[in-house]
Write a protein that binds this ligand. Structure first.
Ligand SMILES: N[C@@H](CCC(=O)NCCCC(=O)O)C(=O)O
Length: 268
Protein backbone atom coordinates (compact mmCIF):
# COMPACT_ATOMS: atom_id res chain seq x y z
CA UNK A 1 0.00 0.00 0.00
CA UNK A 2 1.24 3.47 -0.81
CA UNK A 3 1.28 6.02 2.03
CA UNK A 4 -1.47 8.64 2.30
CA UNK A 5 0.11 12.09 2.36
CA UNK A 6 -2.09 14.92 3.67
CA UNK A 7 -1.65 18.24 1.84
CA UNK A 8 -3.17 21.31 3.46
CA UNK A 9 -5.19 23.78 1.39
CA UNK A 10 -6.26 27.41 1.49
CA UNK A 11 -9.72 28.83 0.88
CA UNK A 12 -9.71 30.67 -2.42
CA UNK A 13 -12.61 32.06 -4.41
CA UNK A 14 -12.22 31.59 -8.16
CA UNK A 15 -13.93 30.08 -11.19
CA UNK A 16 -16.97 31.14 -13.20
CA UNK A 17 -19.41 30.82 -10.28
CA UNK A 18 -17.30 32.73 -7.77
CA UNK A 19 -17.65 29.93 -5.23
CA UNK A 20 -15.11 29.22 -2.46
CA UNK A 21 -12.57 26.47 -3.21
CA UNK A 22 -10.05 24.55 -1.12
CA UNK A 23 -6.84 24.89 -3.10
CA UNK A 24 -3.19 23.82 -3.01
CA UNK A 25 -0.57 24.35 -5.72
CA UNK A 26 0.01 21.44 -8.09
CA UNK A 27 3.69 21.38 -7.08
CA UNK A 28 2.81 19.66 -3.75
CA UNK A 29 0.76 17.00 -5.51
CA UNK A 30 3.45 16.43 -8.11
CA UNK A 31 6.30 16.04 -5.61
CA UNK A 32 4.14 13.61 -3.59
CA UNK A 33 3.45 11.54 -6.73
CA UNK A 34 6.99 11.59 -8.07
CA UNK A 35 9.36 11.71 -5.11
CA UNK A 36 7.52 10.87 -1.89
CA UNK A 37 5.76 8.07 -3.82
CA UNK A 38 2.57 8.53 -1.83
CA UNK A 39 -1.09 9.20 -2.56
CA UNK A 40 -1.81 12.95 -2.21
CA UNK A 41 -4.87 13.68 -0.05
CA UNK A 42 -6.00 17.31 -0.05
CA UNK A 43 -7.18 18.46 3.38
CA UNK A 44 -9.93 21.08 3.20
CA UNK A 45 -9.60 24.37 5.08
CA UNK A 46 -12.96 23.69 6.74
CA UNK A 47 -12.29 25.51 10.00
CA UNK A 48 -13.85 24.15 13.16
CA UNK A 49 -15.48 21.28 11.18
CA UNK A 50 -12.06 19.63 10.83
CA UNK A 51 -11.71 16.20 12.42
CA UNK A 52 -8.04 16.24 13.37
CA UNK A 53 -8.11 12.91 15.18
CA UNK A 54 -9.48 11.04 12.17
CA UNK A 55 -7.03 12.71 9.80
CA UNK A 56 -4.01 11.91 11.95
CA UNK A 57 -5.11 8.30 12.47
CA UNK A 58 -5.53 7.69 8.71
CA UNK A 59 -2.68 9.73 7.21
CA UNK A 60 0.90 8.47 6.97
CA UNK A 61 2.57 11.86 6.46
CA UNK A 62 1.67 15.54 6.29
CA UNK A 63 2.79 18.43 4.08
CA UNK A 64 1.92 21.86 5.51
CA UNK A 65 1.91 23.90 2.31
CA UNK A 66 2.76 27.47 1.38
CA UNK A 67 0.10 29.99 0.44
CA UNK A 68 -0.02 33.75 0.11
CA UNK A 69 -2.23 34.33 3.14
CA UNK A 70 -0.79 35.04 6.59
CA UNK A 71 -1.45 33.21 9.83
CA UNK A 72 -3.81 35.44 11.80
CA UNK A 73 -1.86 37.40 14.46
CA UNK A 74 -4.53 36.50 17.03
CA UNK A 75 -2.96 33.01 16.92
CA UNK A 76 0.33 34.26 18.36
CA UNK A 77 -0.63 37.44 20.23
CA UNK A 78 0.59 39.80 17.48
CA UNK A 79 -0.76 43.22 16.45
CA UNK A 80 -3.47 43.23 13.76
CA UNK A 81 -2.18 43.05 10.18
CA UNK A 82 -2.00 46.08 7.92
CA UNK A 83 -5.30 46.58 6.04
CA UNK A 84 -5.47 44.41 2.93
CA UNK A 85 -3.15 41.68 4.21
CA UNK A 86 -4.66 38.31 3.21
CA UNK A 87 -5.59 35.97 6.06
CA UNK A 88 -7.30 32.57 6.04
CA UNK A 89 -8.70 31.88 9.48
CA UNK A 90 -10.54 28.76 8.28
CA UNK A 91 -7.16 27.35 7.30
CA UNK A 92 -5.55 28.39 10.61
CA UNK A 93 -8.30 26.52 12.47
CA UNK A 94 -7.30 23.35 10.61
CA UNK A 95 -3.54 23.55 10.22
CA UNK A 96 -2.52 24.64 13.72
CA UNK A 97 -4.28 21.81 15.63
CA UNK A 98 -3.39 19.39 12.84
CA UNK A 99 0.32 20.23 13.07
CA UNK A 100 0.27 19.73 16.86
CA UNK A 101 -1.60 16.43 16.63
CA UNK A 102 0.59 15.13 13.80
CA UNK A 103 3.75 15.81 15.78
CA UNK A 104 2.32 14.30 18.95
CA UNK A 105 1.48 11.15 16.96
CA UNK A 106 4.95 10.95 15.40
CA UNK A 107 3.60 11.53 11.89
CA UNK A 108 6.37 12.71 9.54
CA UNK A 109 5.81 16.36 8.59
CA UNK A 110 7.32 18.68 6.00
CA UNK A 111 6.27 22.31 6.51
CA UNK A 112 6.84 24.81 3.71
CA UNK A 113 6.70 28.64 3.75
CA UNK A 114 3.27 29.45 5.29
CA UNK A 115 3.35 25.88 6.60
CA UNK A 116 6.76 26.55 8.22
CA UNK A 117 5.29 29.66 9.88
CA UNK A 118 2.27 27.61 11.01
CA UNK A 119 4.56 24.99 12.55
CA UNK A 120 6.29 27.66 14.65
CA UNK A 121 2.99 29.24 15.74
CA UNK A 122 1.36 25.86 16.44
CA UNK A 123 4.22 25.02 18.82
CA UNK A 124 4.09 28.36 20.66
CA UNK A 125 6.28 30.68 18.57
CA UNK A 126 5.45 34.04 16.98
CA UNK A 127 6.00 35.80 13.63
CA UNK A 128 7.31 39.07 12.27
CA UNK A 129 4.60 40.34 9.94
CA UNK A 130 6.78 42.16 7.37
CA UNK A 131 10.48 41.41 7.32
CA UNK A 132 10.96 44.21 4.79
CA UNK A 133 10.05 46.77 7.49
CA UNK A 134 12.85 45.61 9.77
CA UNK A 135 16.29 47.22 9.42
CA UNK A 136 19.11 45.25 7.80
CA UNK A 137 17.04 42.46 6.31
CA UNK A 138 17.54 40.92 2.89
CA UNK A 139 14.77 41.10 0.33
CA UNK A 140 12.78 37.92 1.07
CA UNK A 141 9.52 38.66 -0.74
CA UNK A 142 9.74 37.68 -4.39
CA UNK A 143 6.23 36.26 -4.33
CA UNK A 144 4.65 39.18 -6.23
CA UNK A 145 7.37 39.44 -8.88
CA UNK A 146 5.84 39.14 -12.39
CA UNK A 147 8.84 37.21 -13.79
CA UNK A 148 8.47 33.55 -12.83
CA UNK A 149 12.23 33.00 -13.13
CA UNK A 150 12.79 35.60 -10.41
CA UNK A 151 9.69 34.66 -8.41
CA UNK A 152 10.69 31.02 -8.18
CA UNK A 153 14.45 31.34 -8.74
CA UNK A 154 17.22 31.21 -6.17
CA UNK A 155 17.31 34.45 -4.19
CA UNK A 156 19.82 34.14 -1.36
CA UNK A 157 22.08 31.76 0.54
CA UNK A 158 21.29 29.98 3.78
CA UNK A 159 23.81 28.60 6.26
CA UNK A 160 23.01 25.04 7.29
CA UNK A 161 23.48 24.20 10.96
CA UNK A 162 26.47 21.95 11.57
CA UNK A 163 25.22 18.49 12.54
CA UNK A 164 21.64 19.24 11.48
CA UNK A 165 19.48 17.13 9.19
CA UNK A 166 19.77 19.49 6.20
CA UNK A 167 23.56 19.58 6.65
CA UNK A 168 23.49 15.81 6.42
CA UNK A 169 21.04 15.73 3.49
CA UNK A 170 23.22 18.21 1.62
CA UNK A 171 26.11 15.75 1.79
CA UNK A 172 28.02 17.81 4.35
CA UNK A 173 27.69 21.19 2.62
CA UNK A 174 27.24 24.14 4.97
CA UNK A 175 25.58 26.48 2.48
CA UNK A 176 22.59 26.22 0.15
CA UNK A 177 20.93 28.69 -2.20
CA UNK A 178 17.17 29.03 -1.91
CA UNK A 179 14.16 30.78 -3.42
CA UNK A 180 12.30 33.32 -1.26
CA UNK A 181 8.58 34.12 -1.46
CA UNK A 182 7.53 35.42 1.93
CA UNK A 183 6.95 38.61 3.89
CA UNK A 184 6.67 37.04 7.31
CA UNK A 185 9.37 35.28 9.28
CA UNK A 186 9.95 33.68 12.64
CA UNK A 187 10.20 36.15 15.53
CA UNK A 188 10.04 34.05 18.72
CA UNK A 189 11.18 30.50 17.96
CA UNK A 190 9.00 27.79 19.50
CA UNK A 191 10.82 26.05 22.35
CA UNK A 192 10.59 22.62 20.73
CA UNK A 193 12.26 23.66 17.47
CA UNK A 194 15.93 23.42 16.55
CA UNK A 195 17.29 25.83 13.94
CA UNK A 196 18.40 23.98 10.80
CA UNK A 197 19.31 26.99 8.63
CA UNK A 198 19.72 30.77 8.86
CA UNK A 199 19.79 33.46 6.16
CA UNK A 200 22.80 35.83 6.25
CA UNK A 201 20.54 38.49 7.86
CA UNK A 202 19.65 36.15 10.74
CA UNK A 203 16.18 35.16 9.51
CA UNK A 204 15.39 31.57 10.53
CA UNK A 205 15.06 29.63 7.27
CA UNK A 206 14.65 26.04 8.44
CA UNK A 207 13.70 24.23 11.65
CA UNK A 208 13.33 20.69 12.95
CA UNK A 209 11.08 19.49 15.74
CA UNK A 210 13.42 18.16 18.44
CA UNK A 211 11.44 15.56 20.35
CA UNK A 212 9.41 13.55 17.88
CA UNK A 213 9.81 9.91 16.88
CA UNK A 214 9.04 10.97 13.29
CA UNK A 215 10.83 13.42 11.05
CA UNK A 216 9.34 16.90 11.26
CA UNK A 217 11.13 19.60 9.34
CA UNK A 218 10.13 23.06 8.14
CA UNK A 219 11.68 25.30 5.51
CA UNK A 220 10.86 28.92 4.73
CA UNK A 221 11.68 28.33 1.06
CA UNK A 222 10.01 26.10 -1.56
CA UNK A 223 11.88 22.82 -2.27
CA UNK A 224 8.83 21.57 -4.19
CA UNK A 225 9.60 24.06 -7.00
CA UNK A 226 12.92 22.58 -8.04
CA UNK A 227 13.11 18.99 -6.78
CA UNK A 228 13.93 17.88 -10.36
CA UNK A 229 17.11 19.96 -10.50
CA UNK A 230 18.20 20.79 -6.94
CA UNK A 231 19.73 17.89 -4.99
CA UNK A 232 18.90 19.29 -1.51
CA UNK A 233 15.27 19.97 -2.51
CA UNK A 234 14.91 16.41 -3.74
CA UNK A 235 16.71 14.99 -0.68
CA UNK A 236 14.18 16.63 1.66
CA UNK A 237 11.28 14.79 0.00
CA UNK A 238 13.20 11.51 -0.32
CA UNK A 239 13.97 11.66 3.43
CA UNK A 240 10.31 12.46 4.19
CA UNK A 241 9.17 9.47 2.09
CA UNK A 242 11.62 7.18 3.87
CA UNK A 243 10.44 8.39 7.29
CA UNK A 244 6.83 7.82 6.23
CA UNK A 245 7.51 4.26 5.07
CA UNK A 246 9.53 3.30 8.13
CA UNK A 247 6.66 4.50 10.36
CA UNK A 248 4.18 2.46 8.29
CA UNK A 249 6.32 -0.65 8.90
CA UNK A 250 6.40 0.15 12.62
CA UNK A 251 10.17 0.77 12.50
CA UNK A 252 12.16 3.52 14.19
CA UNK A 253 13.29 6.44 12.08
CA UNK A 254 16.36 5.26 10.06
CA UNK A 255 19.64 6.11 11.81
CA UNK A 256 20.79 8.48 9.09
CA UNK A 257 17.65 10.62 9.54
CA UNK A 258 18.03 10.84 13.31
CA UNK A 259 19.75 13.99 14.48
CA UNK A 260 20.86 15.03 17.91
CA UNK A 261 19.24 18.27 19.08
CA UNK A 262 21.58 21.22 18.63
CA UNK A 263 19.81 23.15 21.43
CA UNK A 264 19.97 20.20 23.81
CA UNK A 265 23.67 19.61 23.04
CA UNK A 266 24.45 23.29 23.65
CA UNK A 267 22.63 23.15 27.00
CA UNK A 268 24.71 20.18 28.24
N1 LIG B 1 1.99 34.76 4.31
C1 LIG B 1 3.23 34.24 4.16
C2 LIG B 1 3.11 33.19 3.15
C3 LIG B 1 4.25 32.98 2.22
C4 LIG B 1 4.04 31.79 1.30
O1 LIG B 1 3.71 30.70 1.69
N2 LIG B 1 4.23 32.06 0.00
C5 LIG B 1 4.08 31.05 -0.98
C6 LIG B 1 3.26 31.47 -2.10
C7 LIG B 1 3.26 30.44 -3.17
C8 LIG B 1 2.38 29.26 -2.88
O2 LIG B 1 1.15 29.42 -2.81
O3 LIG B 1 2.88 28.13 -2.72
C9 LIG B 1 4.26 35.31 3.93
O4 LIG B 1 4.07 36.19 3.09
O5 LIG B 1 5.25 35.26 4.63
Amino acid sequence: MKPLIGITTCRKTFGPFDIGNHAASDTYVTVTDRVVLGVPVLIPANGEAVDVETLVSRLDGLILTGSQSNVSPCRYGGDPHLAGTPEDQMRDAVTLPLARAAIAAGLPVVAICRGFQELNVALGGSLHQRLQDLPGRLHHSNQDHPDVAIRQGKAHDVDLTEGGLLHRLSGGGRRARVNSLHNQGIDRLAASLDIEALAPDGVVEAVRVMATPGLAIGVQWHPEYDFETDPLSRAIFVAFGRAVRSRMRGDMLPDDLRVRSVRASAAE
